[in-house]
Design a protein around this ligand. Sequence first.
Ligand code: PHE
Length: 453
Amino acid sequence: MSSKDQSIHGIWGRWIFILAATGSAVGLGNIWKFPYITGENGGGAFVLVYLLCISLVGIPIMIAEVALGRKGRKSPINSVKEAANEADVAHWWQGIGWMGALAGFFILSFYSVIAGWALAYIPKVAMGTFTGADSAVAESTFGNLLADPLTLLGWHSLFMVLTLTVIARGVNKGLEAAIRILMPLLFILLLVLLGYSLSSDGVAEAANFMFSFDFSKLTGESVLVALGHAFFTLSLGMGAIMAYGAYMPRDASIAKTVMTIGALDTIVALVAGMCIFPIVFANGMEPGAGPGLMFQTLPLAFGQMPMGEVFGTLFFLLVAFAAWSSAISLAEPAVAWAVEKGFNRVKASVAVGVFAWTLGIGTVLSFNLWSGDEYKIFGKTFFDTLDFLTANIMLPLGGMLIAIFVGWKMKKRKVEKELDMASMLPFNIWYAITRLVAPGAVLVVFLKGLGLF
Ligand code: PHE
């Protein structure tokens, strides 16, 4: 390895990069958020737009982001800064890195609260709260949890401490071993669950709901939500994947690796949908139930299953782990930057954690004390506002700027060298998409989402 081929934070083996990046991508976005926003946006047509966004916008931008990270071998803020200096562009391009770090804080703050719900469900399911329960019990259990700010705060704090502990020890150390075991387990459990829900009564209705394309249900805002979710679920537009790219070995192919990650992430989201919707329909529940969807339908299914306590406990444990491996990548860009500034990693982790934790209190209160209209911002709670602002504005904007920067501002030769593809054709296709299709799509969706046409 040449001396340039180092990062002060460490380097991963090829497979570790795939696992870590998949660990970042696969999280609450797939298992919790995708099913409920699909429900809220009417199903099939939304899923189709989401798939288009993943393949035409998400994956090309992910390639650009990883390339930028691996080229710089530093925190996103500094990798972008170096590349911007090298390309001799206006100063404000460096803002991509800063906006990303800010988006990371915002997301981490609410992500930790929701991951806390999953933690809270581990003992609940284990102790048999849902054994033989009906949908009324499932709804009231969840409602009672949300109504209790102190309990939410406790689980939020626990999750934040878990996340920080790993970050403080360095991404390589704590994470690698955990991810190797947890990711395959998560896949196996999802398949077991899929097997169960495919044998329930609501399958046909669920498949119809997810895969029949009724475009009359599609509004400008739902297209924006689909695009925003493509960024969220692939961890794009804020530097998480760029930070991980900085630790990727030089001899691994960026394009192939990214396509693997994108495919795995999409499969997990679709499987999660096919686990949840059959149960929703079989129990006469609402697909558009909102953020509580997963916490009300899955416990019902577990309550009916033989050994449901065991499977259910394992499931929520794994959701928490999936969230954990994502949360780490949310904080890494800011922590890596602080370390490059000369702070020690432990102190930097504590600072990032305390800041995100404090902001998370706003999300905790969004479900109880601040749920009233007088606390809403344009009709949205604090949590909804942060979620909308990050997923639907900051991430797509960051991604669009990355695509424009890599596509138009960096020297083509340098980009080509970093991607090192076997032949020119795939490179040229990717390059054209990154220059035109990806930024164009984000712009059009933004304008449409704002209701401008
Ligand atoms: N991709 C993660 C998920 O789907 C969330 C995430 C977003 C992580 C942005 C890092 C950066 O849950």
